[in-house]
Each structure stands twice: as structure tokens, then as C-alpha cells.
Design a protein around this ligand. Structure first.
Ligand SMILES: *Cc1c(COP(=O)(O)O)cnc(C)c1O
Length: 403
């Protein structure tokens, strides 16, 4: 008992991991060459907020969008300067307006809720599932009213949400899938983001692939694609030349530059390999940590592939105080967080809303720990260090409970 207790780094023992994990960096010579090529061309952006060929952006933007369409098997990809912009534009494309309700997840980055509020709609928070951390057909159905005009579903941590199952309760209410954390993940051999009415990906620097800042919205619906393009690029100056159905469009400048598009094009080629890397690390961890009974580990639904953008673990049991577990693992040199993020309805903007989401409260404040080691581990030895740290902490807690 004493040896195991003293061996813990939190009690002064040797940490399981002695050196920091390397920074995740996916940028290489391909991106460098692409940027140099664009700079040499002198064309850093080629948009015009007017009907005509330049309404759709320059050659790099076009090349990226066509490549994205073919990689993901979708009819339209519309690039923007962030996934936040794509989510806002998705609400504009669906014609969301004041008085509408949009069912959202409370467990996400704020933009996937604020998108609804920007268009004057009321976000209605559905609770999450305690195992997938995503909203479900059941929790969505409970929050649908006659005012519901859209549902925004988030593939949180890279978990591939079952869109066809959700469609059974939403019927013809459009679904927007925030797949910012799940590019390359799939469910039933269908890529995340591609079977919703509009799917959204992020290319910001935290994500699996990136170009600094950027986002892509995808859709198989021609009308939504046109409206996304109008919102992206001063659509109110274009609608009178474009068609009769878009008079409610308010445009923004959500345009991606040629340099970012050229980087994103190179990054897309690396996506499968980078997602595969995360999956391999995740499954080695799942395999090696499965005997620690205070932990519930993530997994992939059948015929599906989780993106493991974040590796979520639930901690439970009478002696497993979550905050202590996090402190102990940090002392062992493992990057780990208490929970993920404050539920969005706790932000001041939403404080007047009545919400009932006991599961997300329990997960965020009592059960969940998260880590990004799936992107940080580059060798089997890196993974062994993570496994060793968890076993040190797990063995100690097991002894506590058997005492
Ligand atoms: C990162 C992220 C976004 C926002 O992406 P940006 O490109 O930074 O605007 C939206 N939703 C989720 C779930 C995210 O993780």
C-alpha cells in the first residue's frame, strides 16, 4: 500500500511521463510550397460581391471546394473563414428568423448555439446522452414544438451521431450537423457532416486539419448551397440578379483567402492518415486501460469510426474523486482536463432561459475527464507512458477500495 502510494508523482514519486508531449503540427513542406505558389501569383483573394464568376472566389478557393466535394461525396462545398461563419450562414440558408426555435446541444463550443441567436431564434437546449455526450432522438423529440425550424447536432469529440435515427423524430425539420470535431469520422460508412441537410467542418488550428482559420459547409441541396454562398459574400447586393427566392438574405463577408484555401487543399490530402493515427492511438488506449474498473472508456458504434478529436473518459466509484484523479494524472505528466466546457446555457447570454439538462451537469461537473493524447502520441512508448500513468492511479484507487 505504502509503496503504491509513494510511487504516485502527486506524492513525490517519479512521474510516468518525464518529457512533455510534442506539439501537434500537421504543416509541412507541401503547405509551404502551396503558400509560396499563391504569393508568387500575387492573387491573395479573388472575390467580388456581385453576380458573375468572381462571386464564387478565386482559383484556390474553387480547387479546395471541388476537392472537398469529391473527398466527402457531396454535391456542394462552400468554404468560409471559419466554422462559426458556416454555422451562422447555415441558419441564414435555412431562413431562420425571430420567433423560431432551434434545438441545440448545451455541450459544445458556443458558436453551435449562438448561430441560432444571431438570427433572432431561440436556442432550445436538449440534454445529452451520458455515453456519447451528444443530443439524441429522444432528447431532441422532447424539445420539438410547432415553432422548431432547425436542429443543430454536434459530433462532439468526433463521435459520429446517427443522423438517420434523428431524422425519424425531426421529419422535415432541417438538421445542421456541426462536424467541426469529426472530419473523416463516419457512421455506417457515411462521413460525418454529409447526411445532414447542411454539414459544417472547421479548419481552425485546434482541429484535426487546419489552415489557421477556416470552415467548410457542405450540402446536397442546390438551394441551400446558393443561399450559403449569398450569406458568405454580400448576398443582398446579388439577389436581384440571382433569382426570386433569396430576398431575405443578409450577406456578410465570410470569405476564405486564396492562401488559406491552398493550405487547406494540402491538409485535406493528409486527413485520412491523421484520423487513422488518432483511431489507432485511441484503440490501443481502450485495449490497455479496459481493466481499470473506475474508468468508462469511449468506443465506436458498429460500422462506424469515431474521430477521437478528444478522448473522453468517465471516472466513477466510491474512491474515485474526479478532481483528485485529474491532479494525480497531471502530476504523472499526462495532459488531462476536468470535464470539457461549461454547458452553453450557463453563459450570461442564455441565463434567462429555463433549461433542464441534468445529464450534461453530471458529466461536466462530476464524471468526465478529457485528453488530447490521441493527437500527441507518436510512438508506442508515448502510449505506454499514458497507460502507465493511468495504471498507477487506478491501482492506488483499487487498493483504497479494497482496504
Ligand atoms: C472548433 C469548433 C467550432 C468553431 O470552429 P471555428 O472554425 O473556430 O469557428 C464550432 N463547433 C465546434 C463543435 C467546434 O469544435
Amino acid at each position: 500500500m505504502v509503496e503504491i502510494e509513494d510511487a504516485l508523482a502527486i506524492n513525490g514519486g517519479e512521474p510516468a511521463r518525464k518529457t512533455p508531449f510534442p506539439r501537434y503540427n500537421t504543416i509541412g513542406k507541401e503547405e509551404k510550397e502551396a503558400v509560396a505558389r499563391v504569393l508568387d501569383s500575387g492573387v491573395l483573394s479573388q472575390y467580388l460581391g456581385k453576380c458573375g464568376p468572381e462571386f464564387y472566389g478565386g482559383p484556390e478557393v474553387q480547387k479546395l471546394e471541388r476537392a472537398w466535394e469529391s473527398h466527402f461525396g457531396v454535391k456542394h462545398a462552400v468554404s468560409m473563414n471559419s466554422a462559426t461563419s458556416c454555422l451562422y450562414a447555415a441558419m441564414g440558408a435555412l431562413g431562420i428568423r425571430p420567433g423560431d426555435e432551434v434545438v441545440v446541444s448545451p455541450y459544445t463550443m458556443v458558436a453551435s448555439v449562438t448561430a441560432a441567436a444571431v438570427y433572432g431564434a431561440r436556442p432550445v437546449f436538449a440534454d445529452i446522452d451520458p455515453d456519447t455526450f451528444c443530443i439524441t432522438p429522444e432528447t431532441i423529440e422532447k424539445n420539438i414544438s410547432e415553432r422548431t425550424r432547425a436542429v443543430i447536432v454536434v459530433d462532439l469529440f468526433g463521435y459520429p451521431v446517427d443522423i438517420p435515427a434523428i431524422r425519424e423524430v425531426t421529419a422535415d425539420i432541417p438538421i445542421v450537423e456541426d462536424a467541426a470535431q469529426a472530419p473523416g469520422a463516419c457512421r455506417n460508412f457515411t462521413y460525418c457532416g454529409t447526411d445532414a441537410d447542411i454539414g459544417v467542418f472547421s479548419l481552425n488550428y485546434h482541429k484535426t486539419i487546419h489552415c489557421g482559420e477556416g470552415g467548410i459547409a457542405v450540402t446536397n441541396n442546390d438551394t441551400y448551397a446558393e443561399r450559403l454562398q449569398l450569406v458568405r459574400n454580400h448576398g443582398e447586393a446579388v439577389v436581384s440578379d440571382m433569382g426570386p427566392d433569396n430576398h431575405d438574405i443578409i450577406g456578410f463577408n465570410f470569405r476564405m483567402t486564396e492562401i488559406e484555401a491552398a493550405i487547406a487543399y494540402e491538409q485535406l490530402k493528409k486527413l485520412d492518415r491523421l484520423v487513422g493515427h488518432r483511431w489507432l492511438v485511441a484503440h490501443r488506449l481502450i485495449d490497455k486501460l479496459s481493466d481499470i474498473d473506475i474508468l468508462t472508456l469511449p468506443g465506436d458504434p458498429e460500422d462506424s469510426m469515431h474521430g477521437y478529436y478528444v478522448f473522453p473518459i468517465k471516472v466513477h466509484g466510491p474512491y474515485a474523486n474526479r478532481n483528485w484523479v485529474v491532479e494525480a494524472l497531471r502530476a504523472e505528466g499526462i495532459p488531462i482536463m476536468n470535464g470539457y466546457t461549461r454547458p452553453v446555457y450557463r453563459e450570461p447570454l442564455y441565463s434567462a432561459y429555463k433549461v433542464d439538462c441534468p445529464v450534461v451537469e453530471d458529466i461536466e461537473y462530476h464524471k468526465l475527464i478529457t485528453t488530447n493524447v490521441c493527437q500527441s502520441c507518436n510512438t508506442w512508448e508515448d502510449i505506454d507512458d499514458v497507460v502507465a500513468a493511468f495504471h498507477k492511479v487506478g491501482d492506488f484507487l483499487k487498493l483504497c477500495s479494497s482496504r
